[in-house]
Ligand binder design. Structure first.
Ligand code: PLP
Length: 254
C-alpha cells in the first residue's frame, strides 16, 4: 500500500468513527424526544441531509445503517446519487429533495429523487407531474412520485413553502394527480420565531389535512437545532444535517 492510500484509509476510518458517534448521539436525541412525548420510536425516522458533503460520507452512513438521504440542490444531488450508486451498488437508498425547486429542474429532479418534499405551488406540482408522465411514457419508471407539500409557517418567501391560506387548494390539486402521490407536509421552522407555537400550529394543520386525505401520513419537521420540539408536536421525519455531518460552509447554509 502506498503512503497516500494508507493515509486515505486512515482518514476514512476516522471519518467513519466520527459519523458513528454523531449518528449515535442523534439517535439518542430522537429516542429521548420520543420518550418525553410518549411516542413510539418507530413513529419517527431520520433523514440525513448530506448537502455539501461528499458521496463517501453517504456511503459511510449507509454502512452505519441509514438509507434515506436529502439534498437541496438538483445538480449536486444528481452527481452524488450517481456516485453513491457506484460506491454502494447493492444499497437500497432513497433520495429526497428538500430544497427550493424551479420548474425547469423538474425533469432532472425526477431522475434521482425518490421523493420531493419541497412542493410549494400548483405550477411546480404540474411540472413534476409532466416530468413523471414523460418518464413513464419512455418506459423509465412505473409509479408515481412521492411528494410532500412544503408549508410556510410565516409566509416568508425566502425559505419557500406554500402559505397556509393556499395549502388546501394545493393539497387538493396534487390529490387529483395520478403522477404524484402526496405523503405528507414539510416545513422549515422560521428562525427566531416561537418554535413551540409554530410546531403546535403545524401539528393542528397536519391533523386537519389528514382528516380529508388519509394518505397524508408524514410530517417532516425538525432539524439539528429543533428536532426535540418537532417530535413533541407530531413530527414523523426529522431532517438532520449539521448534528450528523458537521458544519457547512456559510454559502451553502440555507
Ligand atoms: C440543510 C437543511 C436541513 C438540515 O439542517 P441542519 O440544521 O443542518 O440539521 C433540513 N432541512 C432543509 C430543508 C435543509 O435545507
Amino acid at each position: 500500500m502506498t503512503d497516500n492510500a494508507d493515509k486515505t484509509d486512515r482518514t476514512s476510518a476516522e471519518r467513519l468513527d466520527q459519523l458513528r458517534d454523531s449518528l449515535d448521539a442523534v439517535q439518542a436525541r430522537i429516542a429521548d424526544a420520543c420518550a418525553a412525548a410518549g411516542r413510539d420510536l418507530s413513529e419517527v425516522w431520520l433523514l440525513a441531509v448530506t448537502k455539501t458533503f461528499p458521496a463517501t460520507d453517504v456511503a459511510a452512513l449507509i454502512d452505519l445503517g441509514l438509507r434515506d438521504f436529502a439534498e437541496n440542490k438538483d445538480q449536486e444531488a444528481a452527481g452524488k446519487a450517481a456516485e453513491v450508486a457506484r460506491l454502494r451498488p447493492d444499497a437500497d437508498v432513497r433520495w429526497h429533495m428538500v430544497g427550493r425547486l424551479q420548474r425547469n429542474k423538474a425533469r432532472t429532479v425526477v431522475r434521482w429523487a425518490d421523493e420531493v418534499q419541497s412542493v410549494d405551488s400548483i405550477r411546480l406540482a404540474d411540472a413534476l407531474g409532466r416530468a413523471v408522465a414523460n418518464r413513464i411514457q419512455a418506459g423509465e419508471r412505473t409509479g408515481p412520485l412521492d411528494v410532500q407539500v412544503q408549508v410556510s409557517m410565516d409566509a416568508d418567501p425566502a425559505r419557500g413553502g406554500c402559505s397556509i391560506e393556499d395549502l388546501p387548494d394545493l393539497v387538493n390539486h396534487i390529490d387529483q394527480m395520478s403522477e404524484l402521490s402526496l405523503t405528507g407536509l414539510m416545513t422549515v421552522a422560521p428562525i427566531g420565531a416561537d418554535q413551540d407555537a409554530t410546531f403546535a400550529r403545524l401539528e393542528r394543520l397536519f391533523q386537519q389535512v389528514q382528516r380529508d386525505y388519509p394518505g397524508v401520513v408524514e410530517l417532516s419537521a425538525g432539524m439539528s437545532g429543533d428536532l426535540e420540539r418537532a417530535v413533541a408536536h407530531g413530527s414523523t421525519c426529522v431532517r438532520v444535517g449539521t448534528a450528523l455531518l458537521g458544519g457547512r460552509e456559510l454559502a451553502s447554509r440555507e
